[in-house]
Design a protein around this ligand. Sequence first.
Ligand code: SF4
Length: 405
Amino acid sequence: MSERPQSPPNPWGDLRGVRPVKVFSRLLREGMTEEQAKSAMASFGVSSERAELCAEAAAVSGEVLRTLLPGDICLYIGIPFCPSRCSYCSFVTHSVQKAGKLVSPFIDVLKKEIVFAGALMRESGLRLRAVYMGGGTPTTLTAAQLHDVFSCLSSNFDLGTVDEFTVEAGRPDTVDKEKLRVMKDAGANRVSINPQTFVPEVLCNIGRSHTVEDVYEKYALARDEGLAVNMDLIAGLPGDTESGFARSLGCAADLGAVNITVHNLAIKRGSRLNLEKAPLPDAAAVGRMLDGAASALTGGGYRPYYLYRQKRTAGGFENVGWSKPGHESIYNICIMEELCGILSLGGGGVTKMVDRETGYIVRTCNPKYPYEYNVGEEKILDGKLEFFRFYSSSADRKGEQDVRA
Ligand code: SF4
């Protein structure tokens, strides 16, 4: 182990931006063959392995994007609370230990936002294709609070058109049978339970207040409710090894997670991990962890279908979502490929308006922090008006049809 990640050659060369598959897909839509698109990537210095990864992910995500109908959008609901803070986290999320009193007023404003957006949605002719409740950890809310939010959602939005409804239950210590039942009754069909690692010492190093046994137990509960399970793992965590990471990957696959997203640890400026300067696996070791993950997941019948890059990662590697065929997350693809509007409610939600004809994208952001969100009703509702004004234009509808061509 070295003190900090080294800086090996960047496998993405000079390619800028966080969404390489979006670039690759655009080249295909502009008429290039797959081989020509790979050559174009090579001209940016992208390694042949990464160009191949883009080709595979673009092929799988393209299958899903072709099922988008004119007027399909996704809905995101952000719950910016967690039971405690992970050492690598710089997300805008508040520990309920410190900010518990903000939760109830947050839910009150969120319900107003849901009612307001739902009324605009009914007039718009748009349809929800996927719902994603993230954060934070939405299951930090109690079962009664979740029920309250979901009841408001189903009273104000037509969920009959939704193919995919995911709830982030990232921290297994926040999940119980009652909450899973509430989600299921609300129409959720997919849940994320994120081990990050199956090595107990590594879990301890990153400050997650759950055990490996919790992951197994909550996974079984979710499956008993008939929910498909996504799992996240992170390569390069403090104290982890190549064999430890390979074991973690094997545990997630053996459990039968339909989606496994393999992250490359990013040392965020605002994270405790950055301040602590913890010893980490070096970039070469992380590269081997990711290569091993790719071959193990491919051998296990998973396919890469979305990927994105972050700053401050060991080796400049990427995060890749792998899924069993037919279990690709529509929401993850839409957010990465930016070919569909995302209406975002709740804390830190980024609403995205996409003109598919021109590629023009407008974003509006809800207040990031719960204490700002709780007093920001006027600005929040204005952002929703902007979304529906944008989608009343006929030009965008024409663009939506292009996606299916
Ligand atoms: S669960 Fe996710 S959002 Fe919450 S503190 Fe950990 S990394 Fe951050």
